[in-house]
Design a protein around this ligand. Structure first.
Ligand code: 5AD
Ligand code: SF4
Length: 441
């Protein structure tokens, strides 16, 4: 008998990839994915703990499923991802209706855990970190499926220990995937119709640095450039400290590399950057931006910024505003600092009241919204190359794709355009997307 599961994914692209793996693994034991939790035999949440809000959301969602479980006691409820990794056993203790807790290194154990619960209704938890050798064998590899654009994992984990960040605690140590595997996967993807790959990892810029027999990240990009069928390459996330001149130069040399870079600044104050353990100064960062713009004048940058880090003064915040103004980001993800248990900054003195932090946050957001609107509006009237990904679910079934700057463009056109790069005239710019028309319309 076929059984159904419902899966919700929170957080970053690493969780998105893990969720794709979950779908495949559950398929192997006869579970089919459904769009609603109401009819599911198994409900799973793949969780994020990078900020408090994301974590609270998970508890909220779990509460939502409690009545379902009460009505149908045979329903299996599981939590995976970063909250599961960090909370482990405590989740089972706190939530008596929860059956499964699986950590970030234990996605592959999920089928076995589900079957265990099915047969004996025994609750179970797996949150041990694996050794490097085992992790290498278990790297997510996903050459099947559909789509024009895909994520490809090149490394996992993080060794940077930025003082605010829980990622090294919940994802474990940094490990790079062998380049031949990455390249084989991308060749397979190209064969199955994929035209754009985004190479992902917590800090892709440090790819291969520990293995002398492997290319560094710039070397890997040069290899991907040679793969026939792949038209576009992106990567994320980059650590500014590890953004080498060689990698910057790739934006000028590699025709397939899109002219967009997400480069988290976090703060524009040297004192705060130091206390964040970021390993660069504001001037270092701005020098790299200058070089990027020399090499690729049309490149657009996006960033992450934390407001209200412990000890951040009005002057520190002013330095962040100044840096943001100087760079002129096309988009910025702005976050209020959220203390994470187990991180160094959780113990730092944090005297600024939340209301003052909020004033800073609002000022930054205002500056960014104005900058974003100006940059995206400057595309109106121009023609941009759009890689067409498919038909959008909203917007009356128009085609959608993205420009080299990673902006979604919706426009009218035929199915034959899907998977091709089309010149599209941008006619309007909205907050998160643009409207275009094909030439000649
Ligand atoms: N509080 C607020 N923002 C955080 N981020 C990471 N940890 C925290 C935290 N404790 C932000 C950083 C990072 C992004 C993914 O989330 O800006 O780049
Ligand atoms: Fe977190 Fe810093 Fe690692 Fe990014 S580089 S995942 S912010 S510790």
């Amino acid at each position: 008998m076929s059984r159904c599961f419902y899966l919700e994914t929170f957080g970053c692209q690493m969780n998105v990839v893990d969720s794709e793996r979950i779908v495949a693994l559950l398929g192997e034991i006869g579970y089919q994915q459904v769009e609603s939790p109401d009819t599911a035999d198994l409900i799973l949440l793949n969780t994020c703990s990078v900020r408090d809000k994301a974590e609270r959301k998970v508890y909220g969602h779990l509460g939502r499923f409690k009545p379902l479980k009460q009505a149908r006691p045979e329903l299996i409820l599981g939590v995976g991802g970063c909250v599961a990794q960090q909370e482990g056993e405590r989740l089972l203790e706190k939530l008596p209706y929860l059956d499964i807790v699986f950590g970030t290194h234990n996605v592959h154990r999920l089928p076995e855990m589900v079957q265990k619960v099915e047969s004996g209704r025994e609750r179970c938890q797996e949150t041990d970190f694996l050794d490097g050798e085992t992790r290498l064998q278990l790297f997510p590899r996903r050459s099947e499926g559909e789509g024009i654009v895909r994520f490809v994992t090149v490394m996992q984990g993080c060794d940077n220990f930025c003082s605010y960040c829980v990622v090294p605690l919940v994802r474990g140590r940094e490990i790079s995937r062998p380049s031949h595997e990455v390249l084989d996967e991308i060749r397979d993807l190209a064969q199955s119709g994929v035209r754009e790959v985004t190479l992902i990892g917590q800090n892709v810029n440090s790819y291969g640095l520990r293995q002398s027999d492997e290319p560094n990240f710039a070397g890997l990009l040069r290899q991907v450039q040679k793969i026939e069928g792949i038209e576009r390459i992106r990567f994320t996330t980059s650590h500014p400290r590890d953004l080498s001149d060689e990698l910057i130069d790739c934006f000028g040399e590699l025709s397939k590399l899109c002219l967009h870079l997400h480069l988290p600044l976090q703060s524009g104050s040297d004192a705060i950057l130091k206390r964040m353990n970021r390993g660069y100064s504001a001037a270092d960062y701005l020098r790299k931006v200058e070089r990027l713009r020399t090499v690729a004048p049309d490149i657009r940058l996006t960033t992450d910024i934390i407001v209200g880090f412990p000890g951040e003064s009005d002057n520190d915040f002013a330095a962040t505003l100044a840096a943001v103004r100087e760079v002129g980001y096309a988009d910025a993800f702005t976050f209020l600092y959220s203390p994470r248990p187990g991180t160094a900054a959780a113990d730092y003195d944090d005297p600024m009241p939340a209301s003052e932090k909020q004033i800073h946050f609002d000022a930054l957001l205002k500056l960014q919204l104005e900058t974003s609107a100006r940059i995206w509006a400057s595309d109106v009237g121009k023609t941009a190359a759009v890689l067409v990904e498919g038909r959008s679910k909203q917007g009356g079934g128009q085609l959608f794709g993205r420009t080299t700057w990673n902006r979604i463009v919706n426009f009218e056109g035929g199915d034959e355009l899907i998977g091709t790069i089309v010149p599209v005239r941008i006619v309007r710019s909205f907050k998160n997307s643009q409207l275009g028309e094909t030439l000649g319309v």
